[in-house]
Design a protein around this ligand. Structure first.
Ligand SMILES: *Cc1c(COP(=O)(O)O)cnc(C)c1O
Length: 354
């Protein structure tokens, strides 16, 4: 349990909820009545407040805009038919947030502001959470540098915030993926393991070019040889080979350690699969595919949970997968959904009650 939190609460006079339809809201466009804010000033966190969602005002010299000290998290909460609300594994997002902060020379956020602040904010806006199948509340904690100073150095001041966004089903059609050989997402010694804003900015050109070529996303490869597989877009990637499932290992710091990745590994093992975290190259993958051993490929992430891949293209070679009969991906998705919505026993204590 997080320590008590000293938070000032200013509620809206008129909720916008009455004018909002919670069914089928597209991802990331609607925000609840309130947001949480905290300031890091003179070496300490202060001004913890939950107040009406509204624009922020800053000097144009805001450090985050110029030199990129900006990190975030993505978490989800679910409401069941009884009206109970649970957040999925927020302690893991808290831990990862402070790993990202340390890499970007930003201060750690205390557990009570992150977790207890998140719980109180969600409790205040709990009527905004759709209790509909496949709907959820997307939670966006983030932190950015706020010194009004143009100078390359870690900022002295920061703002931490949490926004809440109700979302409808995140249907992702089976994807066509292009194996990237020109651009690089992450290199050893870099920031690939951190959830910093710049990783996303830096990946957009490759994704845009893949889209122009008729693909949905890229499969990132290593920076030196463009052979070893990393991630698919902004998701971790899994390869199903018979009773074995392979996913790239995390040892080089070039892969974001997904909470969904960890959940998938745990549940796949419960399904009786053997899971291997290894270094795997595109050549090895193609060799397995040519022997008829590569059955399914999918990505994992908080937004879509599991995204099946129907085509992988490397140079002139295309591999096709039958996503209508993706038994492992389907079973994994069903089991994760049941756990997240509280429909099965939470044996791993992944649910955090609001
Ligand atoms: C957030 C993210 C993921 C998925 O992490 P989850 O915790 O499962 O949502 C994977 N790769 C990248 C690059 C990410 O930013």
């Amino acid at each position: 349990m997080a320590a008590a939190l000293d938070v000032k609460i200013e509620k809206v006079q008129h909720s916008r909820l009455a004018n909002t339809t919670l069914e089928n809201i597209p991802f990331g466009r609607v925000f609840t009545d309130h947001m949480l804010e905290a300031d890091y000033i003179d070496g300490a966190w202060t001004n913890v407040v939950i107040r009406p969602y509204q624009p922020l005002q800053f000097d144009p010299s805001l450090a985050a805009l110029h030199y990129g000290q900006s990190i975030f998290e993505g978490v989800k909460a679910y409401k069941n038919e009884a009206g109970e609300v649970n957040i999925f594994r927020p302690q893991d997002n808290f831990r990862r947030f402070n790993i990202s902060a340390a890499r970007m020379c930003m201060p750690a956020v205390p557990e009570n502001i992150f977790l207890e602040g998140m719980r109180q904010l969600i409790d205040i806006d709990r009527d905004w959470i759709p209790a509909l199948a496949d709907h959820s509340l997307y939670i966006r904690p983030f932190m950015f540098a706020t010194d009004p100073v143009i100078g390359v150095k870690p900022s002295d001041s920061y703002k931490f915030m949490i926004l809440l966004s109700p979302t409808g089903p995140y249907y992702s059609a089976p994807m066509k993926i292009y194996v990237e050989e020109t651009y690089t997402r992450a290199a050893p010694g870099g920031v690939g393991f951190a959830k910093n804003a710049g990783n996303y900015g830096g990946s957009m050109l490759a994704t845009q070019k893949a889209k122009e070529a008729g693909y949905d996303q890229v499969l990132w490869t290593d920076a030196f040889e463009h052979k070893y597989l990393q991630e698919v877009g902004t998701m971790n990637v899994f390869f199903v080979m018979g009773n074995k499932v392979v996913t790239p290992e995390l040892t080089e710091g070039t892969i974001l350690e997904g909470v969904t990745r960890d959940s998938a590994i745990t549940v796949l093992k419960e399904m009786g699969m053997e899971v291997q975290e290894v270094k795997i190259s595109i050549d090895e993958l193609i060799a397995f595919q040519k022997q008829g051993q590569l059955n399914e490929v999918f990505g994992t992430g908080t937004a879509a949970t599991i995204s099946k891949i129907k085509e992988l293209r490397y140079k002139d070679y295309s591999m096709h997968f039958d996503t209508d009969h993706a038994g492992v991906a389907n079973e994994l998705k069903n089991r994760l959904t049941a756990i997240r919505h509280g429909e099965t026993t939470d044996t791993h204590h992944w649910l955090f009650k609001v």
